[in-house]
Design a protein around this ligand. Structure first.
Ligand SMILES: *Cc1c(COP(=O)(O)O)cnc(C)c1O
Length: 420
């Protein structure tokens, strides 16, 4: 591309960004986030959302008044019910889940293990022919590793789906993996690499038609795309709170267990917090009724604090408004990649309806490009092979930020090509 043409395209892109920012109904929300006043470009809201300014205050107040002031009384007064209250709120604002089905608990990995094993054991007990766990080869590592581990531990086997790297699991692909030996299916709603968004309602229906249970990984969905866990007939789901939900580094994950399964399934980490009478200190484990039985140990209250601020904000804005801006941001990013980044491929679905909240751009130099960008305070992330991910968090990302980030990518690609 000639320098003149590039300059003209860049001027057009900046003009379009300022029009889009001016018309953006969520533009005022950006200033609620720490760091939004700087020129840093943040494309990693899909891995670790920015903190709210309000959280800097509320965490201090928690230490001073709640922990420091109430001390052990805090458990009775607020903390014992916190995993359920925040779970209900999360279910309402992000998951389409009626109350008493969502709980904040352990890490995503641990909750996935508990629910996957509970589902496998149930399906296998009802019908011993059901020994297969279906998962796709491109699912997130923890998901694949857990499936292999549970299969090995419980005498099951893995049935792999081969999905395209720049797409994801479709109805046809899932249908061909299902059968009378399927016990449980584990899929990501939005694929971590490509951003492909699966048709969760249709795939859930297919799993059920085959007599299997399905566990949804909602890590890249919760707080980014609308989910209708109840209406889509989900059995079980797990997701992170530190990605689009802004819970902070290592904040605990959530589990959704449909009411109909709560008293049927038993999970493998039997701890006192999941017992029917927590303080009975009885001789034997008896699981609590309801969603409490999916807890194991003491809830990580300090890890949930930021969610007290981010979930009400999401509720106020509404997930549909978040999704509308997300579609606008990712569509803009795809257009900019096409016009300003020759030689770079878009490895995410081009159809916005089949895409979640991030866009992956591939080029052999992207690992080095990402490292250079981080030094310039432009923060995407890198996933093999050759994928730079632009995670665009609707509440904290502006269209101008998207342009400046793409310009920086173009500059870094050129510098790498010229060996500078
Ligand atoms: C981020 C992510 C995880 C992370 O699991 P942790 O236990 O929180 O480390 C799991 N699955 C998917 C699909 C993810 O995107």
């Amino acid at each position: 591309m000639s320098p003149d043409l590039l300059d003209a395209r860049l001027a057009d892109a900046r003009a379009e960004a300022s029009t889009l920012d001016a018309a953006d109904p969520l533009r005022a929300h950006r200033s609620l986030f720490v760091g939004s006043e700087t020129s840093l470009v943040y494309f990693d809201g899909n891995s670790l959302g920015r903190p709210l300014r309000a959280t800097a205050e509320s965490v201090g107040a928690f230490v001073r008044d709640e922990w420091g002031g109430r001390l052990i009384r805090g458990w009775d007064e607020r903390w014992m019910s916190q995993p359920f209250e925040l779970g209900d709120l999360l279910g309402r604002v992000a998951l389409g889940a009626a109350p008493a089905q969502t709980v904040i608990g352990d890490s995503t990995t641990v909750l996935l293990y508990k629910l996957l094993r509970a589902a496998f054991d149930h399906a296998h007990a009802v019908d011993p022919e059901r020994v297969e766990i279906v998962v796709d080869r491109d699912n997130f590592p923890t998901d694949r590793f857990l499936v292999e581990g549970v299969a090995a531990e419980r005498g099951g086997r893995v049935r792999w789906i081969e999905a395209p790297r720049d797409g994801g699991v479709t109805a046809d692909l899932l249908a061909s993996a299902l059968g009378p030996s399927t016990a449980v299916v584990l899929l990501s709603h939005v694929a971590y690499r490509s951003g492909h968004m699966a048709d969760a309602a249709a795939l859930t229906g297919l799993a059920h038609d085959a007599g299997a249970l399905i566990v949804w990984d909602l890590c890249h969905s919760a707080g980014s795309v609308p989910v209708q866990a109840d209406a889509w007939g989900f059995d079980l789901a797990v997701g992170c709170t530190y990605k689009y939900l802004g819970g902070g580094p290592g904040s605990p994950a959530f589990a959704y267990v449909a009411t109909r399964w709560q008293d049927v399934l038993t999970q493998p980490i039997q701890g006192w917090m999941g017992a029917a009478d927590v303080f009975a200190m009885g001789p034997e484990y008896e699981p609590a009724p309801g969603v409490r039985r999916f807890l194991s140990g003491t809830p990580p209250i300090t890890g949930m604090l930021a969610l007290r601020d981010t979930l009400p904000l999401l509720g106020e804005v509404g997930i549909d408004a978040v999704r509308a801006k997300s579609v606008a941001l990712t569509s803009f990013a795809v257009r900019l990649a096409d016009t300003l980044l020759p030689g770079v491929s878009v490895a995410s679905p081009r159809d916005a309806a089949a895409r979640g909240g991030h866009v992956t751009l591939t080029h052999p130099a992207m690992r080095e490009v990402t490292a250079r960008l981080w030094e310039q305070d432009v923060i995407p992330d890198y996933r093999d092979p050759g994928g730079l991910r632009m995670g665009l968090s609707p509440l904290s990302t502006s269209f101008a930020e998207v342009v400046e980030g793409v310009v920086a990518i173009a500059g870094a690609l050129e510098a790498v090509a010229l060996g500078r």
